[in-house]
Design a protein around this ligand. Structure first.
Ligand SMILES: [Zn+2]
Length: 493
C-alpha cells in the first residue's frame, strides 16, 4: 500500500528531547507508519523537508480557544504556529456545563472576552457534542471550568457553597469527566471562581479520585501574594498527586516561583474586567491622584494598560493615559466610563512583567509552553481590535527568539517543552512524539527563519518559517495555503 504522505530528508526532532536525526517520515492516513533513512515505497504525496525540522505537532498547554471555536473552528492563528492540540477550559472558564435557565449568565460571563457562544447545551457531554459538530482544525483537550460549575449551582454570588451545592458541583464534574473532560481548572482571580474556598476546591479535587483527572490553576495571587497562592495550589493538587503521580504544577518552591513568572511578556490575556455597577464610581474616586494603581498582578501605571478589544474599534491599542487625554477625564474615570458603557465587555493587555523573567522561567526544566490566548484568524471576522500578539506568535517566538537568538535551550529541548513533555503530563497515549504508530500530528519548521511576526500595534500577523503543519494526517498549513479542514478531534481520556 502506498504511503499517504512521505516527508523526505528532514531533521526529525522527535519530541522526547533526544538529538535530531536526518530521516524520512511516512504516514498512512492519520498515523505515522515509519521513520527511517531513505524510506522506499510509493506515496500519494511527497514533501521535501531538506533544511526543515520535523517535530511533533505542538501542544498548547494553556489556551482559551474554547471561548471562540464556534466563530473560528479553523483555529488559524494557532495551527499556523505549529499547534495541533489545544488544552482548553482553563482559568475556571468553560462553555459548559450550563444549568437550565442560566444560559444568558454563561453567555455574558464568557462573552466578556469577546465572543458570546450559542450556549444551547446543558450537560458537559452535550457541549462536547457541539464541539465535535463544529469540526475544529486542531485537536481539543477540554477541561471543566470551576467558574462554570459555580454558575450552574451557586450562581454568581460571592459566598461559600452550601453542602447541597457542593454535592451538585461534584456531580457535574463527575459527569464532565465521564463525558471526556480531562480534569478541572480554577481561575482564582476571576469571578465566580475566585469565590470558591480552598476547602471547596480540595473537595472537588478529591471527588475526581476514582475517575482520574488533572487540576490546572490560575492561582489566587501574583507578586506579593504569589507564594501563598502556590501553597494553596499545592494543597489542592496534593490529593491528586498521592493518587496519580506528579501533578501538573510540581512542588519545589523555587521552581514554582519560576512557573509563576512563566507567562508571556508582561501580559495577561484579555484581563477580563468584571466590575460594573454603582460601586465602580467609588472605586474610580479612590484611584484618582494615584500614579500607579494596585491589582492582583502588582501595580500598573496608566500607560501600562492597553485597551485590547472594545465595541469602539478606534480605542483598541490606546493605553489609559491616551484614553484620558482623548476624553479629557482623569484616567480612572475614563477607564470606568468605558467599562460601564460596555457592560464590562472590554478587554485589556497589561504590561506588568519583564521579558527577562519570562526567559528565566521558560528555561526552567519544569516549564512548558502555553499561549493563554485565543485562536483567531486574520481576515474579516468577529475578532477586531488589538489582541495580545501571543495569539499568533507564542510558539515561533520561543523557537526563534529564546532558542535561536538567546540560546536559552537547544532545539530538542524547545520541541520537548511543546510536545513530549505536555503529552506526558496529560498522559496522552499516542501524541507528542514522532514515533511509528502515533497520531500523524506534525509541525515542520525552518530553524534558520522561524519567528513570530505579530506585534502589539499589528497583532494579526502569522509567523514565518513554519511551512507545513499536519493534523491527524491532513496537511492544514500547506506552504502559503491554509486549509481550514475539520482535521482535529475532541480527545478523550
Ligand atoms: Zn488562562
Amino acid at each position: 500500500m502506498p504511503w499517504s504522505l512521505l516527508i523526505k530528508n528532514g531533521t526529525v526532532v522527535d519530541g522526547s528531547g533526544a538529538p535530531g536525526v536526518v530521516a524520512d517520515v511516512a504516514l498512512e492516513g492519520d498515523r505515522i507508519a515509519a521513520i527511517g533513512p531513505n524510506l522506499a515505497g510509493e506515496a500519494a504525496r511527497t514533501i521535501d523537508a531538506k533544511g526543515l525540522m520535523v517535530a511533533p505537532g505542538f501542544i498548547d498547554i494553556h489556551s482559551h480557544s474554547d471561548l471562540v471555536y464556534d466563530k473560528c473552528p479553523g483555529a488559524e492563528s494557532k495551527v499556523r504556529q505549529g499547534v495541533t492540540t489545544e488544552v482548553v477550559g482553563m482559568c475556571g472558564f468553560s462553555p459548559g456545563p450550563i444549568a437550565p435557565g442560566r444560559a444568558d449568565a454563561v453567555r455574558d460571563w464568557i462573552g466578556g472576552i469577546g465572543n458570546k457562544p450559542p450556549a444551547t447545551w446543558h450537560s458537559f457531554g452535550e457541549y462536547l457534542d457541539f464541539l465535535r459538530g463544529l469540526g475544529t482544525s486542531v485537536n481539543v483537550v477540554q477541561f471543566v471550568g470551576h467558574g462554570a460549575l459555580r454558575l450552574a449551582t451557586v450562581g454568581g454570588d460571592n459566598r461559600p457553597a452550601t453542602a447541597d451545592e457542593q454535592q451538585q458541583m461534584e456531580r457535574l464534574l463527575a459527569e464532565g469527566l465521564d463525558a471526556g473532560a480531562w480534569g478541572y481548572s480554577t481561575g482564582l482571580v476571576y469571578a465566580p471562581s475566585v469565590y470558591g474556598s480552598t476547602e471547596e476546591l480540595i473537595a472537588l479535587a478529591k471527588s475526581m479520585a476514582t475517575r482520574g483527572g488533572l487540576y490546572f490553576s490560575h492561582v489566587r495571587g501574583e507578586a506579593g501574594t504569589l507564594e501563598k497562592a502556590y501553597e494553596e495550589a499545592i494543597r489542592i493538587g496534593e490529593p491528586l498527586e498521592k493518587l496519580r503521580g506528579p501533578p501538573v504544577v510540581h512542588p519545589g518552591r523555587q521552581e514554582i516561583v519560576h512557573l509563576g513568572a512563566a507567562r508571556w511578556v508582561g501580559i495577561d490575556v484579555a484581563g477580563h474586567v468584571h466590575a460594573a455597577g454603582p460601586g465602580v464610581r467609588a472605586i474610580a474616586d479612590c484611584l484618582i491622584g494615584g500614579e500607579r494603581w494596585g491589582s492582583s498582578s502588582g501595580s500598573y501605571g496608566w500607560d501600562e494598560v492597553m485597551v485590547a478589544t472594545s465595541s469602539r474599534p478606534e480605542l483598541a491599542g490606546k493605553n489609559l493615559a491616551e484614553l484620558a487625554r482623548l476624553t479629557g477625564k482623569e484616567p480612572a474615570h475614563a477607564m470606568m466610563d468605558l467599562v460601564l458603557s460596555e457592560h464590562a465587555g472590554v478587554s485589556m493587555v497589561g504590561f506588568s512583567q519583564s521579558e527577562e523573567n519570562v526567559a528565566i522561567a521558560s528555561a526552567d526544566p519544569h516549564t512548558m509552553i502555553g499561549s493563554d490566548s485565543l485562536s483567531l484568524h486574520s481576515g474579516p471576522g468577529p475578532h477586531p481590535g488589538k489582541p495580545h500578539p501571543r495569539s499568533y506568535g507564542t510558539f515561533p517566538r520561543v523557537l526563534g527568539v529564546y532558542c535561536r537568538e538567546k540560546r536559552l535551550f537547544s532545539w530538542e529541548t524547545a520541541v520537548h517543552k511543546m510536545t513530549g513533555m505536555p503529552a506526558g503530563k496529560l498522559r496522552l497515549k499516542d501524541r507528542g512524539l514522532v514515533k511509528a504508530g502515533f497520531a500523524a500530528d506534525l509541525a515542520l519548521f525552518d530553524p534558520k527563519t522561524v519567528r513570530d511576526e505579530a506585534t502589539f500595534p499589528d497583532p494579526h500577523r502569522h509567523p514565518a518559517g513554519i511551512p507545513y503543519v499536519v493534523v491527524n494526517g491532513q496537511v492544514v498549513v500547506d506552504g502559503p495555503r491554509y486549509n481550514a479542514v475539520p482535521a482535529g478531534r475532541v480527545l478523550t481520556r
